[in-house]
Write a protein that binds this ligand. Structure first.
Ligand SMILES: Cc1cc2nc3c(=O)[nH]c(=O)nc-3n(C[C@H](O)[C@H](O)[C@H](O)COP(=O)(O)OP(=O)(O)OC[C@H]3O[C@@H](n4cnc5c(N)ncnc54)[C@H](O)[C@@H]3O)c2cc1C
Length: 486
């Protein structure tokens, strides 16, 4: 039986970061992937293709709604299929460049295209995909890293499987644009797909279990809901989806709202109700790896199914020689950068017995709608819970000169600080490119900066990043009475 220093289960963002680190350390490593192609969720069926389609929708929307008098742009043609083909070309290109080629250069890493299952704490069984049929291989290692990712959750809705549905995977490559789309779930994925399709001209209805979209009732989330509603997306919250059926060529979803039964029909149903960790089939109970029954999907704000692998801050499972990272775990954030970073650190912990961990509080998240909603650190509610009180300010982008210049004043920025020390504890931004702007806030939180540090900084004028300084100034000054660049 072949023996390795490290066996990595999975072939996505997490697996690749671990493979690169293990290769650097000269460890004899095996990567085993099956299911999604190399690169896993992010490049194939997640971040990359969804952001390309969102960008296509944004281009169309801005052409029509730039609000500059005297410019009238006519979109002569919109070919949905071509837009999707272009997105799929990008996926293929990035998968080749960033994963397949990268793997070839890792001289200490062997790859098997197969599904891994534990047969003992130091042994896996793999069914490699070969043209000559299935041969089971047994492989052993001193250390393991599980980076098996997650799969779209299918909630308990009567007849949903018979009626048929899309997940993010199919919704990124449909041949025919649905005229009407029912999106179940208003987490990051649900909102992004809802706006993407709405901007392509699809009539979209969102059905969401929570009382507001995403999570919580924060004013920025409420504002985003208003913006999406104004774009024509119907958002129904506090909804209990009951059943689905086919009727006259349409798919009909029945739900309870305000104690009453309602129905909505469409050409397709998109399930965006969270992700379920890929732990089934790994035989985890056989090797004594605990799962966390309370896990929920942080990235989507939706309840999950309690199948995530429980890890300690050093990414170790209940079996000390087996590590787990990314979407398959109960880590507080399930994102591409966290999967990658957890993995780099976990590989080092596994191979060098280090104790690296991540401060998740300084990791930003983003909903890539337009405007984007991004945040880092604590929310007002979390600060009050932790410290008993807090100081916070919310500033409109009406007060940000660049936003006036580009006619994008719909956004808000909120800063939460410690009442006594004035240390910045949390920042949330609803604005164009908020996902880029939040990088600055990430550094402020990481370095435990105060609002005075921000007030004494000199951001470029006119930029949207000035909004952070303007919000910091608003703690001590009436910003409506300030000139530009104060
Ligand atoms: C629509 C969508 C959009 C997203 N957009 C963003 C974004 O903009 N920014 C961001 O940061 N995050 C985004 N995410 C989240 C991000 O894609 C994931 O958090 C990240 O890709 C998880 O990486 P991973 O390595 O843990 O898992 P994955 O990338 O899913 O990789 C797991 C791999 O393991 C394989 N596997 C599973 N079981 C086995 C087994 N038993 N044996 C062998 N192989 C196995 C799987 O098939 C897969 O190839 C998005 C997610 C979705 C669904």
């Amino acid at each position: 039986m072949e023996n390795y220093d490290l066996i990595i289960i999975g072939g996505g963002a997490g697996a690749f970061a671990a493979a690169i680190k293990a290769n650097e350390l000269g460890a004899k490593t095996l990567m085993v992937n099956k299911g999604l192609p190399l690169g896993g969720t992010c490049v194939n069926v997640g971040c990359v293709p969804s952001k390309r389609l969102l960008w296509a929708g944004e281009v169309m929307h801005q052409a029509k709604h730039h609000n500059i008098p005297g410019i009238d742009i006519e979109i002569k043609n919109f070919d949905f299929q071509k837009v999707v083909e272009d997105e799929l070309d990008l996926v293929e290109r990035l998968r080749k460049e960033k994963y397949e080629k990268v793997l070839k250069h890792l001289e200490h890493v062997k790859f098997i295209d197969g599904k891994a299952t534990f047969v003992s704490p130091n042994e896996i069984e793999v069914n490699p995909s070969t043209s000559s049929g299935e041969t089971v291989q047994k492989l052993s290692a001193k250390k393991f890293l599980i980076a098996a990712g997650s799969t779209a959750t299918v909630p308990q809705i009567e007849s949903i499987r018979e009626v048929g549905f899309l997940t993010h995977i199919e919704a990124l490559k449909v041949k025919k644009q649905p005229k009407e789309l029912i999106v179940i779930g208003a987490g990051a994925v649900g909102l992004e797909f809802a706006q993407m399709y709405a901007r392509f001209g699809t009539k979209v209805t969102i059905l969401h279990r929570g009382s507001s979209i995403f999570r919580g009732e924060e004013e920025l989330i409420t504002r985003l809901a208003e913006i999406l509603t104004n774009e024509g997306i119907a958002i129904k919250t506090s909804v209990q989806v009951k059943s689905a059926r086919k009727e006259g060529g349409k798919k009909v979803v029945s739900y309870i709202i305000d104690g009453k039964k309602e129905e909505v029909s469409g050409d397709e149903i998109l399930l965006a109700t969270g992700k379920t960790p890929n732990t089934q089939g790994l035989n985890l109970d056989k090797v004594g790896i605990e799962i966390d029954p309370s896990t929920h999907s942080a990235s989507s704000g939706q309840a999950g199914t309690g199948q995530a692998i429980k890890v300690n801050p050093e990414f170790q499972t209940s079996q000390p020689h087996i590590f787990a990272v990314g979407d398959v775990t109960n880590a507080p954030l399930r994102l591409e950068p966290t999967a990658g970073r957890e993995s780099t650190l976990a590989a080092e912990n596994a191979l060098k017995c280090t104790q690296n961990s991540i401060d998740y509080n300084s990791v930003p998240w983003t909903i890539f709608t337009d405007p984007q909603l991004a945040g880092v650190g604590l929310s007002e509610e979390q600060v009050i819970k932790q410290f008993g009180s807090c100081l916070c300010r919310t500033v409109s982008f009406e007060d940000v000169p660049k936003a006036l210049i580009i006619k994008r004043t719909e956004g808000l920025i909120k800063i939460v600080i410690h009442e006594e020390t004035k240390v910045i504890l949390g920042v949330q931004i609803l604005a164009p490119h908020a996902g880029d702007l939040i990088a600055q806030a990430m550094t402020l939180i990481k370095n435990k900066n105060t609002i005075d540090d921000v007030v004494n900084s000199l951001p470029m004028f006119p930029t949207l990043s000035e909004s952070i300084k303007i919000a910091a100034l608003s703690f001590t000054k009436d910003i409506s009475k300030l000139s530009c660049c104060i």
